[in-house]
Design a protein around this ligand. Structure first.
Ligand code: FMN
Length: 207
C-alpha cells in the first residue's frame, strides 16, 4: 500500500512531522508512506480559472494515486493551522482528490490533549461535499507531551503510544482494503460527486 503523509504545518520544528517520519520508518514493511510538506504553498485565493499552483497540483495527483492519506495536524487555537486549512481549500476548489479517499488523522501537541479539538474540526471539514473523505469512525490518535516524545532519530519513546499506533495502522489498512473492494464493485460514484457545486445545491446535496 502507498500512503501520502501530510505534515499539517509550516513549523520547521514540528513534532507532527516527527510523528509522520516515525510512522514512515516503523511501518516500512507494511506500507510506503511518502511524507509531504505544505509549507511553501500560497494561501488559497479563489482564482477564477479554478487551477491550483503547480506544487499543489502535484500533491493532488499523488493523493489521487495513493491508497490513502495520513494527515498529522497540530492544534492552533482549538483548530487546525491556517496553512493546512488553506491546502484543503485549494483541493476542495480545484481537483477534489479526497472524495472517497481513506484518510487517517493523527496529531501531536506539546500539552496533554494531543490535538483532540483540532482533530474534531478536521473531521468536520473533511465531511464537506467537495472533500467527502472516508474517515474511520471512532478512531483518534492523540499524542500529548510531544516535545519529549521523540529521540534524535525520530523514534517514538512512549511504548503505549507505539502499541496504540500499531493497532490503529493495522485497522486503517483493513479499512483501506475494504474500501478498495467497494470501489472495485462500483459502489462509489466519485466522478459524479466531484461535480458538486454550491451554486446548484441546497444544504450540501447534489442537485
Ligand atoms: C498560535 C498557536 C496556537 C496554539 N494553540 C494551541 C491549542 O489550542 N491547543 C494546544 O494544545 N496547543 C496549542 N498550541 C501549542 C502547540 O503548537 C501545539 O501543541 C501543536 O499541536 C504542536 O504541533 P507541532 O509540534 O507539530 O508544531 C498553539 C501554538 C501556537 C503557536
Amino acid at each position: 500500500m502507498k500512503f501520502i503523509g501530510i505534515v499539517g504545518t509550516n513549523s520547521t520544528a514540528s513534532t507532527n512531522r516527527k510523528l509522520l517520519l516515525f510512522m514512515k520508518k516503523h511501518f516500512a514493511e507494511q506500507a510506503e508512506i511518502e511524507v509531504a510538506e505544505i509549507a511553501d504553498f500560497p494561501a488559497f485565493n479563489e482564482p477564477s480559472d479554478q487551477k491550483a499552483p503547480a506544487g499543489i497540483q502535484e500533491l493532488s495527483e499523488k493523493i489521487e494515486a495513493a491508497d490513502g492519506v495520513i494527515i498529522a495536524t497540530p492544534e492552533y487555537d482549538h483548530s487546525i493551522p491556517a496553512v493546512l486549512k488553506s491546502l484543503i481549500e485549494w483541493l476542495s476548489y480545484t481537483t477534489r482528490p479526497l472524495i472517497n479517499k481513506p484518510v487517517l488523522i493523527v496529531g501531536a501537541s506539546h500539552g496533554s490533549l494531543g490535538t483532540s479539538r483540532a482533530q474534531t474540526h478536521l473531521r468536520q471539514i473533511l465531511n464537506a461535499p467537495e472533500l467527502k473523505a472516508l474517515m474511520m469512525p471512532g478512531v483518534e490518535f492523540l499524542l500529548g507531551q510531544s516535545l519529549q516524545a521523540f529521540d534524535e532519530d525520530n523514534n517514538l519513546l512512549y511504548p503505549d503510544k507505539v502499541s496504540e499506533l500499531e493497532e490503529l495502522f493495522s485497522e486503517f489498512r483493513l479499512f483501506v482494503t475494504i474500501n478498495q473492494k467497494l470501489v472495485e464493485e462500483g459502489h462509489y460514484n466519485t466522478e459524479e460527486q466531484k461535480k458538486f457545486s454550491w451554486e446548484q445545491s441546497e444544504g450540501g446535496t447534489l442537485s
